[in-house]
Design a protein around this ligand. Structure first.
Ligand code: KIV
Ligand code: ZN
Length: 525
């Protein structure tokens, strides 16, 4: 993609994904370096136009992630976030400059409440905007500027600063609804009025960036497009702080399915949606709610008798999009122990998952193990296996073997063997049930003060032989890490998820130890 492809006259909407920046910032959603690289590659491969890869000045880890994503980028523009400060912008440029197509995104809060934080007058802030956008533009010819909390900024002041940013060289003007306050009619009108009244507005692309506090992020984003915006900012699964951001899968599929009334298209390969959704849920630890539009487990399930009857006669009776359009294979059935490697690769392709030969080999081994334990292996089981083979190789703590004895006659007892930093160790512990006993055994071998914030079990598919996915969120000294695992044995999945979360805490601890300080994009000064 080139920037000229995104001219406002075009009927294409540019998709700007901020899963790795706005999404990753939500407490508990922290991803490891390797996970960020993997998600960025999936986004690039699925046709996302712009990837906001992080906030480079926030920490050494963010800087490294953004610059490595930039170096590995293929077709996507790689963008970094910077506050309205020269040091932020310079650091951002250092990270993104390796990309084939780099972008600097700089912002400042312009509403009365946000102006009060750095204690700037309107004139002082206007001057800061002029100077910082000019500085960014001197480094990079693709500059995005955002007036944070735009939807609660006085109209006159918003129009004034947008004009200043355009004159200073911004090529994209993003209008954030930072607190999810606006409504569709207002969202469309605001963009329409800015384009109509701000001098120079026809030279730039307007973007919309919505949060979902009132459940209107998707509607507000699409309304903004109707008002003239040609870039939607969004995250996979709507990941993001509080109620999250606009969900990529929702706006992309809405534009596809209702092209009759919304004549704008995106470049996204929708068949890759389900796989990346599952990966983001796993690495962020934020499970997708069952009835979530497009990617929820029930989004294509038809259970009531009337629905099933209609579906059998004609799928369009109750289906406005086909499961295969979002990467669920047409038949959500069924692989078994006689299925071969070629069939598995084919199934993965139908779900938009491309894997190399080595990973296919690993997935196949796990698939055979699973098929031995479970009669029917469904799409979701297979996606869970992909996840399992992407995890863990470099983990410092690994479970080698776990045996648990439990029943009604007394406490449960877990016997656990682990490998810790390459050394085999073992312990046993008693607990109030098998999960408690297993966690205690882990703590025997790896003493820690992490507090359990969340323990959640979901069945991937139906039946008593279903795989369980378990999420465990831990907190230690203000650091939060989430681990996940899947297994047909719920206790084993629980212990692995707990160990997975501990591994992530170790990574975070190392990272913070090395950083001078971690800052948030909300530390506006
Ligand atoms: O929500 C918001 O205002 C943001 C800005 C940094 C663009 O995420
Ligand atoms: Zn945001």
């Amino acid at each position: 993609m080139t920037v000229s492809d995104t001219s406002p006259a075009n009927d294409r909407v540019v998709i700007f994904d901020t899963t790795l920046r706005d999404g990753e910032q939500s407490p508990g959603a922290t991803m490891t370096h390797a996970e960020k690289l993997e998600i960025a590659e999936l986004l690039d491969d699925m046709g996302v136009d712009i990837i906001e890869a992080g906030f480079p000045i926030a920490s050494e880890g963010d800087f490294r992630a953004v610059s490595e994503i930039a170096q590995r980028s293929k077709d996507s523009v790689i963008c970094g976030l910077a506050r309205a400060q020269y040091a932020d912008i310079d650091r951002c440029w250092e990270a993104v400059k390796h990309a084939k197509q780099p972008r600097i995104h700089t912002f400042i809060g312009t509403s009365p409440l946000h102006r009060a934080i750095p204690n700037l007058t309107q004139d002082e802030m206007a001057e800061r905007i002029h100077d910082t956008v000019t500085h960014a533009r001197n480094l990079c010819d693709n500059v995005q500027w955002s007036p944070m909390d735009a939807t609660r900024t006085e109209w006159d002041y918003l129009a004034r600063v947008v004009e200043i940013a355009i004159k200073a060289g911004a090529t994209t003007i993003n209008i954030p609804d930072t607190v999810g306050y606006t409504a569709p009619v207002e969202s469309a009108d605001l963009i329409r009025r800015l384009i109509a009244e701000v001098p120079g507005a026809d030279e730039v692309i307007f973007a919309t960036h919505c949060h979902n506090d009132l459940g209107m992020a998707t509607a507000n984003s699409l309304a903004a497009v109707a008002g003239g915006a040609r870039q939607i900012e969004c995250t996979i699964n709507g990941l993001g702080e509080r109620a999250g951001n606009t969900a990529l899968e929702e706006v992309v599929m809405a534009l596809k399915v209702r092209s009759d009334i919304m004549p704008w298209h995106t470049r996204v390969d929708t068949k890759k949606i389900m796989h990346i959704s599952r990966r983001v849920a796993t690495v962020s630890g934020f499970a997708v709610q069952f009835n979530k539009a497009i990617v929820g487990k029930n989004a294509f399930a038809h259970e009531s008798g009337i629905h099933q009857d209609g579906m059998l006669k004609n799928a369009e009776t109750f289906e406005i999009m086909r499961p295969e359009d979002v990467g669920l294979s047409a038949t959500n059935l069924v692989m078994g122990k006689h299925s071969g490697r070629a069939a598995l690769r084919d199934k993965l392709r139908q779900m938009g998952v491309e894997v190399g030969d080595n990973q296919l080999k690993d997935i196949f081994v796990r698939f055979k193990e699973l098929a031995d334990r479970k009669k029917e292996v469904y799409d979701d089981d297979i996606l869970a296996l992909v996840t399992a083979t992407t995890e863990g190789a470099a983990d410092r703590l690994q479970i080698v073997n776990l045996r648990v004895v439990c029943g009604t006659g007394g406490p449960a007892e877990a016997q656990l063997e682990m490998e810790i930093d390459g050394k085999e160790v073992s312990a046993s512990a008693q607990g109030d049930g098998p999960v408690d006993a297993s966690f205690k055994a882990v703590r025997e071998l790896h003493p820690n003060a992490a507090r359990l914030q969340l323990y959640q079990v979901n069945a991937v598919t139906e039946g008593t032989d279903a795989q369980a996915t378990v999420s465990v969120r831990l907190e230690e000294d203000g650091m939060i890490a989430t681990g996940q695992s899947a297994d047909t044995d719920t206790v084993v999945a629980s212990a692995k998820a707990y160990v997975n979360a501990l591994n992530r805490l170790l990574v975070r601890r190392d990272k913070v130890g090395k950083d001078v300080k971690e800052i948030s994009y909300k530390d506006v000064s």
